[in-house]
Design a protein. Structure first.
Lengths: 148, 146
């Protein structure tokens, strides 16, 4: 329950937000990314809206000794911008711009999956991409074990 | 492509809900709401990160939250014109890229930039730039509206 409840509540709010703001709709996201066409700036308002509670929670977390339902805050501390971070973000950006689905939007769009097959294809391919990365990472970490 | 406009209230309200979801996960569980990381953990692909129970709960709740809005606040339509091969290519790039870059629009874009993390700001600027460039090339150089 300690893990399930926060996951459920956060997921519900997050999914509701994606739907209300229309980030769930690839046509909207592509229109936002298309600055040379009929540019639709509404997603900038979504980002601004999301920034406020997120920044407030971070501010609050710095003043709390521990989270309400866990022992530690697990906030990434690294400040190093390494090449693989930028390479990964670039690869993600290309995929995002091709169709207009981010991981959150793709999964939330499964809500309409009874009538819409596209989100299923995207999400399954996304999991496939994650598996490919995992293989790649394991090979780097244990080159002998995998090639043996 | 003619899109039904959404109101600024819906855009800001939706953003606030997304931020509130991220805020709750941080304050309750001490974790960053990164959807790519949660999806990987739910699928058993991640070797670190949130617990399986939490990530599965989040991933299941995400479309339920969208359904609730679609049945109450706003008629939601998901308009995808991309072909199956394009969806597969995009999915593979998004899956691989978000794992390599340790996050996506939520973990870096919503959570990381809000705590002014240099990593997340760099990642967000990078995927925004590549997203813009990709749409520009696809729509205005190759000249297809996908």
């Amino acid at each position: 329950m300690r893990h399930v409840l926060p996951g459920l509540v956060a997921g519900l709010l997050f999914g509701a937000g994606l739907a209300l703001s229309d980030v769930i709709n690839p046509a909207r996201v592509l229109a936002f990314l298309d600055v040379d066409g009929a540019w639709d700036p509404t997603l900038a308002l979504v980002a601004a809206g999301a920034f406020v509670p997120s920044a407030a929670a971070y501010w609050l977390s710095r003043r709390m000794s521990r989270p309400l339902m866990a022992h530690y805050f697990r906030i990434p501390q690294s400040r190093v911008v390494e090449p693989q971070l930028l390479a990964g973000a670039a690869i993600f950006g290309i995929g995002w711009g091709l169709v207009g689905f981010s991981p959150g939007a793709g999964i939330a769009a499964l809500a309409f999956g009874f009538t819409l097959w596209q989100p299923w294809v995207f999400v399954l391919a996304m999991l496939g991409g994650m598996v490919l990365h995992r293989f790649d990472e394991d090979k780097r970490r244990h080159p002998l074990r995998i090639s043996a | 492509m003619i899109l039904e406009p959404i109101t600024p209230i819906q855009a800001i309200g939706g953003g606030l809900l997304i931020g509130a979801g991220a805020a709750l996960l941080l304050l309750l569980s001490g974790r960053i709401a990164g959807v790519s990381g949660l999806a990987a953990a739910a699928a058993g692909i991640a070797d670190r990160g949130p617990s399986w129970a939490q990530s599965v709960s989040f991933v299941i709740a995400l479309p339920i939250g969208a359904l609730v809005v679609s049945h109450s606040l706003r008629q939601v339509s998901v308009e995808v014109t991309s072909s199956a091969p394009l969806l597969i290519a995009a999915g593979l790039l998004v899956g691989f890229g978000t794992r390599l870059g340790n996050g996506c629009t939520s973990g870096h874009g919503v959570c990381g930039t809000a705590r002014l993390s240099p990593r997340s700001i760099s990642a967000t600027l990078t995927f925004m730039a590549l997203g813009l460039a990709t749409v520009f090339i696809v729509r205005h150089v190759i000249g297809v509206v996908v």
